[in-house]
Write a protein that binds this ligand. Structure first.
Ligand code: OAD
Length: 268
């Protein structure tokens, strides 16, 4: 395993990854809250993480919503307002550029903030849903499975279903809930790739955390980009320690120098 530290700046290690990122490589990237940190979106774990101030069981489970929908919606309304004020950062932009240039590119994200899509990324698989979607809590017959709603702040909490006037819920996947089978299937398919990058995730929430192992099993070259070591660090071929927005920009720049890869036209 090779380790790169952005603060030390040993760029040959970056070159090892760049060599794997050939223009025709099938590239899959798994992202977590760390890619949005530079945009000002709070992460979940770590010193200032959301789960330091709140218990996931009180805010991110169906049981919590059934118990206190107002509390849960107040928290989601606060997060929606906060995210609405954020912009995609350099990490989102590099990945968006790669999604246009690598023919077999897939972006799997655990993030619900929509910043990958706002950066223009194609082929995004949202494992944990979207904070900008809602669904009828009672799954009433008249309503779609989920629908887009980006009203901030919400005028009424909890918001009402326009089809049955019951409560609506955030269109995210809570702890204890299943990921949409069609999405999960596509995530598994995407682990059949040449290069699998895990970026800005603590790699502790399953099934997302198991995808890197799957990619390894399929023979992919694997790398992790994170500020710190995670359970994935001991598995991957290469660990790159540092901020995703800086390391991805460096990789992108080197892609241009090494391969003349059009992805390296970079930030859009
Ligand atoms: P976490 O908050 O668990 O982890 C964020 C990771 O990003 C940590 O490992 C940080 O070290 C790293 N990080 C922070 N800033 C970074 C930066 N600028 N560059 C690179 N890395 C950085 O977030 P997730 O792994 O996404 O699920 O969490 C997974 C799931 O747990 C979330 O989707 C959410 C949460 O509970 C649900 O709510 C169902």
């Amino acid at each position: 395993m090779h380790t790169y530290n952005a603060h030390v700046g040993s760029s040959p290690a970056v070159d090892l990854l760049v060599n794997q990122l050939a223009p025709d490589a099938r590239v899959t990237v798994l992202t977590g809250a760390g890619v949005s940190a530079a945009s000002g979106v709070p992460t979940f774990r770590g010193a200032d993480g959301l789960w330091k101030q709140h218990r996931a069981e009180d805010l991110a489970t169906p049981e919590a919503f059934a118990r206190d929908p107002r509390l849960v919606w107040e928290w989601y309304d606060w997060r929606r307002q906060r995210i609405a004020a954020c912009r995609p950062n350099g990490a989102h932009e590099v990945l968006a550029a790669w999604s246009e240039c690598y023919p077999g590119f897939t972006l799997i994200t655990q993030n619900v903030d929509g910043l990958h899509e706002r950066a223009g990324t194609r082929r995004v698989l949202r494992m944990h849903g979207s904070i900008w979607e809602v669904a009828c809590w009672a799954r009433c017959a008249g309503s779609p499975l989920r629908w887009h709603d980006d009203t901030v702040p919400l005028p009424v909490i909890p918001p009402r279903c326009s089809y049955c006037d019951g409560m609506i819920r955030p269109g995210v996947v809570w702890f204890g809930e299943a990921i949409a089978p069609a999405i999960l299937m596509r995530c598994h398919e995407a682990t059949r790739c040449d290069v699998f990058l895990t970026v800005g995730t603590s790699a502790v929430v399953y099934p997302a955390a198991s995808l890197v192992q799957e990619a390894l099993m399929h023979g992919a070259y694997t790398a992790e980009i994170n500020l710190e070591a995670t359970p994935a660090s001991s598995l991957v071929d290469q660990v790159l320690h540092g901020p995703a927005e800086i390391i991805l920009a460096e990789i992108n720049e080197r892609l241009g120098l090494r391969h003349g890869n059009p992805a390296a036209r970079g930030s859009r």
